[in-house]
Design a binder for this molecule. Structure first.
Ligand code: GLU
Length: 482
């Protein structure tokens, strides 16, 4: 049997980083097995629908490289299946369960349900639909049910949970799960407006779309016994379930909006590379069992198995993500990085941004930063002549330091283009200049960097000054001395 999985987001907002992980694991699992991964939009809850969310989620997935195989809306990309376009189908299946006695009509009003919950709360018991006392097909009887239906009394369809049953299923990540019927609510399947709930539409679609493995977030684990009951009621074989561990903040709280930016869109905006983010997210709850940490999407596809998905919550380590982004920055093709950086440099109206030169700057500075766009700011002294302000009195102190000024003048007066092109000559020049001021080499080089770049730190001084070039070095020294 070939593998068929689905990613089934609800369009209630932008794509959450945890949803990217769910989508990614489904995609990797499908590709690993040569199977199919489909996209299904679960928009049964119209009250939570957010305009533009579907488009944004698909775009974020595409950016990350997660694409789908199948769906009715063919375009550059496939998909998605959209549940709101299939409502009559769910109604039809819901009514089949009424006919077979696995579901029933319930006529309770909102006030009656509120009163029931209040009674339960007062009695200190968990809220759950009380089939025996409420107004439904069983308590009002068949004739009254028909009369109420004929006069179009508002009603819902509820799942008739077998109260004495033990519901068992196996989860590929969590192991065997057992729940008792009396713990499970008589879930609403069709709402009073005739629309299906998530549970009904989800199970009907997973069956009709021949889904073999349901891989989804742990928050859906409590719903799974209801789904298992639905499969039994329909007489269908349930898919294999795998519930993915929670994503946690570094303080082990659940990763949510309240803790800052958790949307894929935010990560993209901050300048993370899609392949770095995907590589990192793949490791949030899974590991390959080897030391290898850097994986392309193709490598992830071949390495990914559900057996290596962890049960325990996965801490989202932002520092590690930044480190990984930096690793990708150092590995990527410089020409590509140059094209990506140029618009930002142009926007700043930097004068020295000829592409070959920008490529050299990127090659030099990418060892030192985690994001490509950091180079825009970090390399201001390479791209332009306006240097940042130096805090405090550091420059004034240097100007008053006779030994340093003597050494600096010696360097300025003797430097040639050849000295900046050859490392040995560069070193010889610096040693000679330092000696002229009676300074040790280190006592000369650090301040020299500060004078020419207005920074304490940066890449090695030789390649840095080589890029700045003799003319600009001398201009900066002169402006320092004057
Ligand atoms: N629509 C559900 C969600 O938003 C999908 C749950 C499932 O995969 O079954 O996460």
């Amino acid at each position: 049997m070939s593998v068929r999985v689905r990613f089934a987001p609800s369009p209630t907002g932008y794509l959450h980083i945890g949803s990217l992980r769910t989508a990614l694991y489904n995609y990797l699992f499908a590709k690993h097995h040569g199977g199919v991964c489909i996209l299904r939009i679960e928009d049964t809850d119209r009250t939570r629908f957010v305009e533009g969310a579907i488009e944004e989620q698909i775009e974020s997935l595409r950016w990350a490289g997660v694409v789908f195989d199948e769906g009715p809306h063919v375009g550059g990309n496939y998909g998605p299946y959209v549940q709101s376009e299939r409502f009559p189908l769910y109604r039809e299946y819901g009514m089949k369960l009424v006919a077979s006695g696995h579901a029933y009509y319930a006529f309770d009003t909102a006030e009656e349900l509120d009163a029931m919950r209040q009674r339960q709360q007062n009695a200190g018991i968990a809220p759950k639909y009380d089939r025996a006392t409420m107004r439904n097909q069983y308590t009002v009887g068949e004739a009254e049910t028909q009369r109420l239906l004929a006069e179009q009394a508002p009603h819902v369809i509820r799942l008739k949970v077998p109260l004495t049953a033990e519901i068992r299923f196996h989860d590929e990540v969590r192991g065997d799960v057992v729940m008792h019927g009396r713990e499970i609510d008589d879930q609403i399947l069709l709402k009073s407006d005739g629309f299906p709930t998530y549970h009904l539409a989800n199970v009907v679609d997973d069956h009709l779309m021949e889904i073999t493995h349901v891989i989804r977030a742990e928050e859906w684990l409590p719903s799974t016994p209801k789904h298992v009951l639905l499969y039994e009621a329909f007489g269908w074989k349930p898919p294999v379930f795998a519930h993915l561990p929670l994503l946690l903040n570094p303080d082990r709280s659940k990763m949510s909006k309240r803790h800052g930016d958790v949307m894929v869109h935010d990560f993209r905006g901050k300048g993370y590379f899609p392949d770095a983010l995907v590589n990192f997210v793949a490791f949030c709850g899974w590991n390959p069992g080897t030391e290898q940490e850097m994986f392309t999407l193709e490598e992830l596809c071949s390495a990914f198995t559900l057996e290596r998905v962890a049960k325990a919550g996965a801490v989202f380590d932002y520092k590690k993500l930044d480190w990984m982004n930096g690793e990708y920055l150092r590995k990527k093709d410089v020409a590509e990085l140059t094209s990506a950086l140029l618009p930002a440099l142009q926007e700043r109206r930097y004068p020295y941004i000829e592409p070959d030169y920008v490529s050299s700057v990127i090659s030099l500075l990418r060892e030192r930063v985690a994001f490509l766009h950091d180079i825009t700011e970090f390399g201001d002294y390479l791209f332009g002549d306006v240097l940042q302000d130096v805090e405090g009195s550091a420059l004034a102190d240097l100007r008053a330091d006779d030994a340093f000024v003597t050494a600096l003048r010696a360097w300025r007066d003797t430097v040639t283009d050849e000295d900046l092109a050859d490392h040995d000559r560069f070193k010889g020049l610096a040693e000679g200049a330092a000696a002229a001021g009676g300074l040790k080499l280190g006592k000369f080089m650090k301040p020299l960097r500060l004078v020419i770049t207005h920074r304490d730190v940066g890449a090695d001084l030789f390649p840095t000054l080589k890029l700045i070039g003799k003319r600009r070095c001398i201009e900066r020294i002169d402006s320092f001395l004057s």
